[in-house]
Each structure stands twice: as C-alpha cells, then as structure tokens.
Design a protein around this ligand. Structure first.
Ligand code: ADP
Ligand code: MG
Length: 508
C-alpha cells in the first residue's frame, strides 16, 4: 500500500479512528476516576561507614558505604523491616502488602538512599515512611555491630524525614490520558486498515470503470439540499452539484457522436442510489440548454418523480399502457421551461409485462418523435427486471453507483443484467460523492492520474454543441478547457477530460 492510499483510506475511515480514540480516552478517564488515589511520602537516609583518620582510610570507608547502600535498599524493601514497621505502628496489614508499597533507591556513587512509601492515606504514608526509616536505623545498628559490642562498622541516619503529602502521586491524569490517546490512535488506525481492506464498495474511478466496463461520465456530489428539493434551479444555481450536472450534460453530448442517444434510461443496481434525483436533474440540465425533454417515471414499483416534482401521480405511464388514457392526456407540463413529465401512474400488478409490451415501445417512440430527449427513471436492476426491459428498448443506459455504498459485485451483476438483454451502457455516474471543498466535482478520489487521463478522450467542447439555433450553455461560453487526445472506447464513450485547477483531471 502506497502512503497516498494509506492516507486516503484513513480519510475515508476517519469516523472509525475518531470513535476508537474517543472510546480509548473515555476508558482512560473512567479508569483514572476508578483508581484509588495513592499518596507518596519520602525520606532520605544517609549511610556512613566507620572511617579512619587517614585519607586512605576515609576513602575506604566511603567505598564501603557505597557498596553497602545497594544491600540496604534490598533490606528496606524486605519483609523483615515491613513486619517491624507494622508491629511498631500497630498496623492492620500484611508485611507482604506493605513491602509492595515501599520503594528504596540508591543514588549512584553516593551514600544516599531514597525511601518512598505509597498509601491511600496521606497521614499513614508519612507515618509509615518515618517509622520504617527509624526501624531501619535500629536494624542497621543491630546488623553492623560486631559480636564483641565494639563500634558498629556502619551507621545510617535519617537525613530527611517525610512530610505530609498534599496531592496524590497516582493516578496520573496526564499520563493516563496520553496513553488512552495513543492506544485509541493505534487501535483506530488498525481498525481503519482492517475495514478499508474489507470494504468492497466502489470509491474510485478505476474500480467503477473496471466493474462497469464503461467510462465515468459524471460525479454528482452529495448535496443535503437535494433531500428536500430534488430539482436544482439551474437558472440561478452555480453550486458544485449544478456544475456537475452541466458537465454530465456536456458528456452526454460526447457519447456516441454518430448515433447520439436520445432515449436514455437512468438506472442502478440497488434502491436509494440516487436514480430518481439524478434523472430529474439530467433532464433539467438538458432543458436548461434549450432542449425539449420528457422525463418518464419507469419505476412503477416505487414511483418518486411525482412526489419529487410535486405532480399528479395517479395517472401516467401505466394508465397509457393499459389503454385508459392517451399519451397527450397524461403528459404533465412543469414549472421548468422545456421539461415535460410522464409520471408512473398507479402501480399495476404486472409492471414488467407492461414495460415489455408493444404499447410501451410505441409510447417511447412517440415520445422520441416529440422531444429532443427522453430520460427514463427506472427501478433497481438487481431487484426486478423492469429496468433491463426499459434499457433494451432505449438508446442507452446511464448506470449510477452510489459512492462508498454500491458494492463492486452488485455493480458487476447489474451491468451483467444489462448486457444480457443487449442494452447499451453509455457510461457510469457516481452519485452522492463526498463533498470536499467548493469545486468538489473533481477530486483525487477518482484516481485522476496520468494513466486514467490518457485513457480518456476529449473533443473540444465547442464542436460538441447541438443545433445551432440553441442558446449557448455556460460551459460553451467558457474558454476551451485543456484537453487530452481523443479516445474512442468500445465505440461508445468519448469522454472529455479537463484539468481542474487542483491539477487533477476532473471526472467529466
Ligand atoms: N446528490 C445527492 N445529494 C444528497 N442526497 C441525495 C442525492 N441524490 C439523491 N439523494 C437522496 O438519496 C435518497 C435516494 O434518492 P433517489 O433519487 O430517490 O434514489 P433511487 O431513485 O435510486 O431510489 C433520497 O432521499 C434523495 O433525496
Ligand atoms: Mg427512484
């Protein structure tokens, strides 16, 4: 894994990392709060050996003291002294327990011994430290006094007595929180790597194109506003999502220049991947460029266009197909200039049969004759055959994949279903791509590297406009973008490639 892939994965899995860090830090806080505070009282002992009068003897005495100091630390932490201290203070405690709370350390090359005692009570910590030191002084006297009762070879004095500790020595908040943070970061990164390697959703241009076998023709960013108002007001909107649809519109005009598709089915593998929302806005974007567009709700099982566009839903395609109304009676004009909608109508018991009927073919060809573009919203490919049936009767299909949601195998299956009926897949569209920054319709997630750029084709944008009578669209007024040499892929997708200001080739 390259470092860029790693960073990309961490970015996409940032929630996992944040959750792990939060849990670990909260754990550290809980642990710290639950830990009984311990107070530390310390004394310092000074060890001296009986010296002589001469310098050599004094030196030797000092050396002896230094050597003794090591054994003394062991004695201070030993069970005998602990028991003596317990007896002296009348403590209700095992010698072994006390021993574990006593720490003695010798300073190298000195004759000093530091004694630290930990206890839940600050007073008792101080008393134990002092009593233990006093007991040690007597113990050394007993040990170091020769049999004949002459002067002891070494003696210990309590150089510094313990004072009352005011703040607990443990738990250590800073240390515990830092440890929690470190553990959280490590665990979070590990989990992110694991989840990233188990994640089989489509998240980049390469895998989308690999799974569908066609080029990426659009990336529609996630835009929360679309949940309340699916239709974009193209006249006044220059947001990232509106721009993304304009780019998709331009790309549609590049697709199969010899036989430009006019009846286009919008579909995807699963529900809720943005088919209806995308279909509406593709239609609106085409209408913005002065095309006459009819939007057909081919999803008879979960019709949404009437709801999303505030139209009558009770009569529509199914009504015409069942012969209860004529096409012109059910076509609904909308408040958007150039856009007519044929809603689904009531849900029939046999949608697949109706959509595969000759009547359906007739309706589509009537619409083709009447409008520049027929955009057909449809049901998910993996749920029912409706979309595949519609696709077979269309000029081409745009297959949607919801960023980070649609699974690779689902997408592959869906395209397989389309191929089985001989439908022509025009291109793939990413929907609900994470919005990163204002001009997010092009970003590095799509692996816009040199290789993918060279695989894409381009034709200068101006030459791609439709009827000369039509008003120029915003992108047609713009200076021609920097383009790569043309490519013809499976004789279908000719995708222009502009270079974004971030240096990445954009997804259009
Ligand atoms: N680009 C988008 N940004 C934010 N939300 C979106 C976008 N496209 C679709 N949605 C939301 O996702 C949900 C499913 O969209 P919809 O178009 O009905 O999908 P489908 O037709 O595939 O079932 C809806 O709540 C819709 O508002
Ligand atoms: Mg839908």
């Amino acid at each position: 894994m390259k470092i860029q892939d790693f960073v990309k994965m961490l970015r996409s899995q940032w929630i996992t990392v944040c959750v792990a860090v939060t849990v670990a830090v909260l754990g550290a806080v809980a642990l710290t709060l639950l830990t009984t505070p311990l107070y530390q009282a310390s004394t310092r002992l000074y060890v001296s050996a009986a010296g002589g009068a001469s310098v050599a003897e004094m030196y030797q005495g000092n050396r002896l003291s230094q050597e003794r100091v090591i054994s003394y630390t062991e004695l201070i932490m030993g069970e005998t002294l602990a028991q003596r201290t317990i007896d002296k203070l009348g403590l209700d405690m095992e010698a072994e327990t006390l021993r574990q709370h006593v720490k003695a350390s010798a300073k190298p090359d000195t004759v000093l011994v530091d004694v630290d005692v930990l206890d839940e009570s600050p007073v008792r910590a101080r008393d134990i430290a002092n009593a233990l030191s006093d007991e040690f002084v007597s113990m050394v006297r007993e040990l170091e006094t020769p049999e004949d009762g002459s002067r002891p070879d070494a003696r210990v004095v309590v150089e510094q007595r313990a004072s009352l500790p005011t703040t607990p020595a443990s738990p250590n908040w800073t240390l515990n929180l830092l440890a929690g943070l470190a553990i959280g970061l490590l665990a979070g990164t590990g989990l992110a790597i694991l989840r990233g390697s188990l994640d089989n959703t489509v998240k980049d241009r390469e895998s989308l194109e690999e799974m569908t076998g066609v080029g990426l023709v659009g990336s529609i960013p996630l835009d929360k506003e679309r949940r309340t108002e699916p239709a974009i007001s193209f006249g006044s909107d220059n947001s990232a999502i509106a721009e993304a649809f304009r780019k998709l519109r331009t790309n549609l005009q590049f697709l199969a220049v010899d036989h430009p598709p006019r009846v286009i089915v919008v579909t995807s593998s699963m529900p809720s991947e943005g088919k209806s929302t995308t279909a509406i806005n593709i239609a609106l974007a085409l209408a913005e460029a002065d095309h006459s567009v009819v939007l057909v709700d081919g999803d008879m099982r979960r019709p949404k266009l009437n709801e999303y566009l505030g139209l009558v839903g009770t009569v529509g395609l199914s009504t015409v197909l069942s012969g209860r109304a004529s096409l012109s009676e059910v076509l609904q004009a909308t408040k958007y200039p150039g856009l007519t909608v044929l809603t689904s109508g009531g849900t029939p018991p046999n949608p697949s049969e109706l959509l595969g009927s000759l009547a359906a073919k007739k309706v589509l060809s009537e619409l083709r004759a009447k409008f520049d573009f027929v955009i057909v919203d449809s049901s998910p490919l993996l749920a029912v055959t409706d979309a595949a049936i519609l696709a077979a009767g269309s000029d081409g299909v745009l297959i949607m994949a919801r960023f980070g949601q649609t699974k690779r195998d689902q997408l592959q299956h869906a395209v397989g279903n389309l191929e089985d009926v001989g439908a022509r897949v025009l291109g793939a569209v990413f929907t609900m791509t994470p919005d990163r920054g204002s001009s997010s319709y092009s970003y590095s997630y799509y692996g816009d590297d040199a290789s993918s750029r060279s695989r894409r084709a381009a034709t200068p944008v101006e030459s791609q406009d439709d009827a000369p009578t039509r008003a120029p669209t915003p992108e047609l007024n713009a200076a021609p973008p920097k383009v790569d040499p043309p490519r013809q892929s499976n004789g279908v997708a000719v995708v222009p490639q502009t270079t974004s200001r971030h240096g990445h080739a954009s997804a259009d």
